[in-house]
Design a protein. Structure first.
Length: 381
């Protein structure tokens, strides 16, 4: 039987693995994902590094050496992260070369503490780009009001960018505009644009998590059973509706004469990347978001659980453009109920920035405790 993960390629969707773990790199488990499951890219974030470093001993030897060199916690984090990012970039390089820069990328995030600091983000993106020194690196920058100008500047400087924490269609439009303006500026200066790459990471399941909770509150607040049924019918619908409408925007934006002229000069489209596609609610099908957002020029970044589930029972079909009028009707119905799109997406952005910052601080605490354990074990002062 054909692996459903590999079948996605025939519909123009790329699977990226949402994890970096040195023990998987050492064991060859990661390489099997590339060879057998059609994985063609990797994303990472502080939560992922924290889990990898805290669980097991794959990083102990390098951390011991860095402690002996007198490195502080931040320097230790950067050293271990950059070593993994380089290793993954090199393993993905044949894919990057084969697809002429279409796939084969690994992402590294700027510090979430810089989410509201435009200049700090630009500087850190440039520093990481230089440190990693791989053409198939993408720097992750959040789509905050301060992040979007940093996205433009970073792309203009010829650095690939994965724009993260996009929840609203308005933010998505600003992200695509930053990408196209950067391409226009580079092209007008005679600079290369055919190897500049960017993805717009649109977060999916978190939309349902919040909207479903708001609907639950309304269900509890009414005793009218017809009203309760109407509210329940909207649960689990907002996230897919939101992503499908974004895809309609993607198609329009990247088929305009403005972009067509850049395409003729070698520019890639900025693909939507579906992030947060694990199903959080056990009442929903475990591959719900992966199955319902399949279409050309898209990326789905999956953690291991999603990869296993989709490999086992994922159904592959062109689904991203199913019932677009219904998608708009879902968002309209929520608006009429007082669940306001702008408020929901703003709350999700604020919470997303905070979650990543909290994970980053937890990562540093994890490295600190790992440091102490190694020092005690090895008698390092």
């Amino acid at each position: 039987m054909t692996n459903p993960l590999v079948q996605l390629q025939s519909l123009g969707q790329s699977v990226w693995y949402d994890n970096i773990d040195r023990s998987q790199l050492i064991s060859g488990k990661f390489q099997r994902l590339l060879a057998e499951d059609g994985v063609v890219g990797v994303t990472a974030n502080p939560t992922i590094f924290e889990k990898s470093i805290s669980a097991g001993h794959a990083y102990d030897q390098q951390i011991s050496q860095l402690i002996r060199e007198g490195k502080n916690t931040n320097e230790i984090y950067e050293a271990v992260a950059i070593q993994d990012i380089r290793t993954v970039a090199d393993l993905l390089r044949p894919i990057h070369d084969r697809t002429a820069g279409g796939d084969g990328y690994v992402s590294l995030e700027v510090s979430p503490d810089l989410a509201h600091d435009t200049q700090g983000t630009i500087a850190e993106a440039a520093r990481f780009w230089k440190l990693v020194d791989r053409p198939n690196l993408m720097i992750k920058i959040p789509a905050t009001p301060e992040g979007i100008p940093a996205v433009y500047e970073t792309l203009r400087n010829g650095i690939n960018v994965n724009i993260t924490l996009i929840f609203s269609i308005e933010a998505y439009r600003q992200v695509t505009d930053a990408y196209i303006r950067a391409l226009e500026d580079r092209n007008s200066q005679g600079l290369d644009i055919h190897m500049l790459a960017s993805v717009a990471s649109f977060f999916v399941s978190r939309v349902d998590t919040l909207v479903d909770k708001l609907l639950d509150d309304k269900i509890k607040a009414t005793s009218d059973s017809a009203e309760q049924q109407k509210l329940k019918a909207l649960q689990g619908k907002a996230a897919i509706a939101n992503a499908r409408l974004v895809y309609q925007d993607f198609k329009k934006i990247f088929s305009t004469p403005r972009f067509e002229s850049l395409k003729h000069a070698g520019a890639h489209v900025q693909r939507p990347l579906w992030a947060s596609t694990s199903t959080k609610n056990p009442a929903y099908r475990d591959v719900l978001y992966a199955e319902e957002l399949i279409g050309p020029d898209t990326v789905d970044t999956m953690p291991m659980e999603n990869i296993k589930n989709f490999r086992d029972h994922g159904v592959v079909r062109y689904s991203i453009e199913d019932d677009i009028p219904g998608a708009q009707a879902t968002l309209d119905a929520l608006e009429q109920l007082g669940i306001h799109y702008a408020q929901v997406t703003q709350q999700l952005l604020d919470e997303g920035v905070k979650k990543f910052a909290d994970s980053f601080h937890q990562l540093f605490a994890g490295i600190e405790s790992k440091k102490q354990a190694i020092k005690e074990e090895q008698g390092i002062r």
